[in-house]
Design a protein around this ligand. Sequence first.
Ligand code: KIV
Ligand code: NA
Length: 279
Amino acid sequence: NTRKTLADIKQLYETKQPIAMVTAYDYISAQVCEAANADITLVGDSLAMVALGYNDTNEIPYEEFLYHIKAVNRGNNTAMVVADVPFGSSELSTEQAIATSIDMVKRGGVQGVKIEGGRNVAAKIKSVVDIGIPVMGHVGLTPQKYHALGGYKLQGNSTESSWSIYEDCLALQEAGAFSIVLECMPNKLAELITEKLSIPTIGIGAGPKCSGQVLVYADMLGMLSPDHKKAKFVKSYGNIYDQSVDSVKQYIAEVKDSSFPNPDEHGYKIKSEVLKALR
Ligand code: KIV
Ligand code: NA
């Protein structure tokens, strides 16, 4: 039951085996990722929205996010666990980025952190890498900047922005990032970037030619109510929301018609002498 490390991720990359990353929120989802043998379990700050109901990822307070990181770590002993550095916990200074990353390792127990951004955060990322914490980059659609991006939109849709994403990736690689998430960009751009880099790319809405893929747990399992709009790049591998509603409805119906619990199957028999004494 040994834990996958950076060396295992490198090995997958060097032998051209796709890297499978999944997000997790808590003990239960981490146990599922472990049982399914994920290479990397990401405690993504998307959990703020999909598991906690915030409007965006930026609203979650650091301590609240850390609580989820700890729960994931209690449920997962085999995947490499990487967690997002949440919004507001690294922007102020390099010192803040280092302090947060150290705290996520010490109190959260993660093996790596993920920081959104490109050239603008490369120096910070280098400082975190220099103290010995593996850092994953994240470019393209970076949800922590969705206000600045004007919403959740396809990125790298012009020559200029394609070059910009590519330059960002080079800067992140130079800074020592061990891999980079490419989110919501044309397949071909992600493919060209992946060819040029010597570190793995992990795609989400970036086509099949990345070094690996990531999906958000609640999205891939169909856990969310139909009120939630599904991005084009999400594939549903489950229908947990409908199954859950059906199951809970059935339970409620059985409570209402008194068919649950079944006295023999779900209940305990009283001893006859005890019953006699009670009467
Ligand atoms: O927060 C998240 O789930 C993520 C992944 C989509 C990469 O950042
Ligand atoms: Na994230």
